[in-house]
Design a binder for this molecule. Structure first.
Ligand SMILES: C[S@@+](CC[C@H](N)C(=O)[O-])C[C@H]1O[C@@H](n2cnc3c(N)ncnc32)[C@H](O)[C@@H]1O
Length: 282
């Protein structure tokens, strides 16, 4: 419930990775809004634009030298924008996401377009497959909101799921992106919006942890009956050195680094780092 005392406390910088409302991916209303954001061809809000995805899929097949029939795991596949395109090019694709709404959409689309993708509703932190895939993808910064122990758990799961020599592709954000896009203090009363269908107030605040290369976008949603909910998006930003070291500690060797996942050459100034890493067994 709304109280000035609760708000005052929420103005204080939280401990790194302190959770907000257990995330919003499965809230019935918010997950609908999220799906619309994934599917919008005009923004890069939840998924990149279709033309970028097309270029990315073509580049990934080329860069990983994937051949028809090889097995690809798309982690956090959302509505299947990459998974379906990879399957259309003959790959044996599995897509995992814990948004039921996105998985339902992906399954319906696959049926309509007559493509085979093994979609499943699962938390990738619970992934328990062994030596099953030639490549695993984690696209659009999905590594960055996770606390360090969860990142380690995910890397263990991916390492186990890959075949010997299998490749892991991910993109992580940099501090350049955060400097432009990190939330700033702001408030808005909305009649309806991303967080709620009815009238509500959104108090936005950003917290920077430069010594950890970490940033928090915090949204406090206050409804007209006084209910108050705190949503937190954490972003662990990386440099090429820090992501390379973290992957190395978890059994992956970086083969190449890029400025995105469409093959743009690596630059220290870019918003993103695209990584192709290989599983090794030490
Ligand atoms: C930023 S979106 C990217 C979606 C997709 N990779 C793309 O680029 O179109 C992140 C996706 O990861 C999913 N996700 C987040 N955490 C997850 C988890 N622990 N297990 C499975 N899926 C997760 C979300 O539901 C969402 O669909």
């Amino acid at each position: 419930m709304f109280s000035l005392e609760a708000l005052r406390e929420l103005q204080q910088k939280p401990a790194p990775f302190a959770p907000g409302e257990p995330l919003f991916w499965n809230d019935p209303y918010i997950s609908q809004q999220m799906l619309l954001a994934h599917l919008s061809p005009h923004t890069d809000a939840a998924s990149r634009r279709p033309e970028t995805i097309e270029r990315s899929v073509a580049w990934l097949i080329d860069a990983l030298e994937l051949t028809p029939g090889q097995a690809v795991l798309d982690l956090g596949c959302g509505p299947g924008l990459y998974a379906s395109r990879l399957a259309e090019r003959g790959l044996a694709v599995a897509g995992v996401d814990f948004s039921q709404n996105s998985i339902d959409y992906a399954v319906a689309q696959a049926r309509e377009r007559n493509v085979q993708v093994a979609y499943r509703h699962q938390n990738y932190l619970d992934l328990n497959e062994v030596a099953s895939y030639d490549a695993a993808l984690l696209i659009y910064g999905d590594f960055c909101p996770l606390a360090p122990e969860k990142r380690q758990q995910l890397l263990r799961n991916i390492h186990r799921a890959l075949k010997e020599g299998g490749r892991f592709v991910l993109d992580v954000s940099t501090r350049h992106l955060r400097a432009r896009c990190g939330a700033r203090a702001d408030w808005k009363v909305m009649n309806s919006g991303f967080w709620r269908p009815g009238q509500h107030l959104v108090l936005t605040q950003g917290f920077d942890y430069p010594e950890l290369s970490l940033y928090l976008d915090q949204y406090i949603v206050v409804e007209s009956d006084g209910r108050m909910t705190v949503y937190r998006n954490w972003f662990q930003d990386y440099t090429r050195e820090t992501i390379t070291a973290e992957l190395a500690q978890n059994g992956f060797v970086v083969q190449s680094a890029w400025s995105d996942l469409t093959g743009s050459p690596y630059s220290d100034e870019a918003d993103w780092i695209g990584i192709i890493a290989q599983k090794y067994i030490g």
